[in-house]
Design a protein around this ligand. Structure first.
Ligand code: CP3
Length: 343
């Protein structure tokens, strides 16, 4: 097998596969004891800037689960930190921004990202691509709405009220902010692709907070631009957000090759909502992994049979692995998907 013919890349391109490929969002992280060990004395954002840590943590779930793709270990706020935004990632909380953006002055301070701002990305991705051989490495970045929400709210938010206030109340400033964040995201993804990432995922995780109308008017033009910029690079582009049942059509309209679906919409229904020529990724509820194995297996089989209605299917969870998940269940699930779908 070659990288180009790997089941993951073939499924993204809607080609026949030898088995349904599987990987898990947040497959690297606190659910793994080997992750907790290497991270014990190293703050999250320090780890994200050290190639030796990035390589080790990215490979940990590949060794343990035999998943069909690795995902680059980093965080969506890493490029923001790299251009000088004063922020930190607090365990159990998430990204926290010291001086949240509330006005034009704040927006103007967001400068462009240059490859030289993230030399550790180039180094780590290059080494990972060599180590992984024919197994794809997925690069990723945050979507503009999700990044804007952290910057404006100053941290995680349930209602995104300040973000929406700026979006509804100051559309021109909002567009300027979206422009800048989209350009940062494109550059961050380009660096990963240039160094050897063979697919990319845009995590606009919190965009499900918007109505379809607001998404179309205030976010879609920017995500379309992002996917457009990456279009000539011959890497599959995955687009994911949580609670986006009503937005699935628009997420694919933005130009994604693959739309990631959370657990709220069955994949056969999601297949009817996306544009023709779109593969799907998902969507077992991560909380299912805490139920008895028989339940996990039955529900995973249901995801697979509904996924068969899509033009291509990459098995995944509907959102990230929860930190208290038993890694043995993920190992068993990976094997289950591989054996159930072997052809
Ligand atoms: O394995 C992988 O999926 C790759 C690594 C990855 C991380 N963050 C590592 C991480 C990825 C793809 C992300 C993306 C990310 N970061 C998103 C989009 C994905 C999603 O979940 O929707 C978002 C919204 C963030 C922001 C963020 N960073 C949150 C909400 C948190 C969790 C806070 C917590 O402690 O519960 C983080 C921190 C973070 N990013 C951790 C990891 C492994 C935990 C840090 C730790 O170990 O203490």
């Amino acid at each position: 097998m070659t990288l180009h013919d790997s089941p993951f890349l073939r499924a993204c391109r809607r080609l026949p596969v030898s088995h349904t490929p599987v990987w898990f969002m947040r497959q690297a992280g606190r659910s793994l004891p080997e992750y907790r060990r290497v991270r014990a004395d190293v703050p999250m954002l320090d780890a994200c800037a050290r190639p030796d840590m990035i390589v080790e943590i990215t490979l940990q779930p590949v060794r343990r689960y035999d998943v069909d793709a690795a995902i680059y270990f980093s965080d969506i706020v890493v490029p923001l930190k790299a251009i000088g935004v004063d922020l930190d990632i607090k365990t159990g909380v998430g990204p926290v921004v010291a001086d949240p953006i509330r006005d034009a002055e704040g927006v103007k301070r967001l400068r462009a990202l240059e490859p030289d701002d993230v030399p550790f990305v180039t180094e780590a991705v290059g080494e990972l691509a060599r180590e992984l051989g024919d197994r794809p490495l997925i690069g990723f970045a945050g979507g503009p709405f999700t990044l804007a929400s952290y910057l404006i709210e100053g941290g995680p938010s349930k209602n995104h009220e300040r973000t929406k206030a700026l979006m509804y109340g100051e559309p021109e400033l909002w567009a300027d902010l979206m422009h800048r964040l989209s350009a940062i995201t494109v550059e961050f993804l380009r660096v990963q692709i240039a160094a050897g990432a063979s697919a990319v995922q845009l995590f606009d995780s919190w965009v499900g907070a918007l109505s379809a109308e607001d998404y179309r008017a205030s976010v879609l033009p920017h995500t379309s631009w992002i996917f457009d910029q990456l279009g000539g690079l011959d890497v599959p582009r995955i687009h994911f957000g949580v609670g986006t049942g009503e937005l699935l059509g628009l997420l694919s309209e933005a130009g994604a090759d693959v739309v990631g679906v959370d657990w709220r919409v069955p994949l056969d229904r999601a297949a009817q909502r996306v544009q023709p020529g779109t593969a799907l990724q998902g969507n077992l509820d991560p909380a299912t992994l805490f139920a008895p194995w028989e339940v996990v297996a039955r529900r995973a089989a249901d995801v697979l049979s509904r996924g068969a209605a899509a033009e291509g299917h990459v098995f995944n969870l509907g959102h990230g692995v929860l930190p208290t998940t038993d890694p043995d269940v993920l190992a068993r699930l990976t094997e289950f998907v591989h054996t159930e779908t072997a052809r």
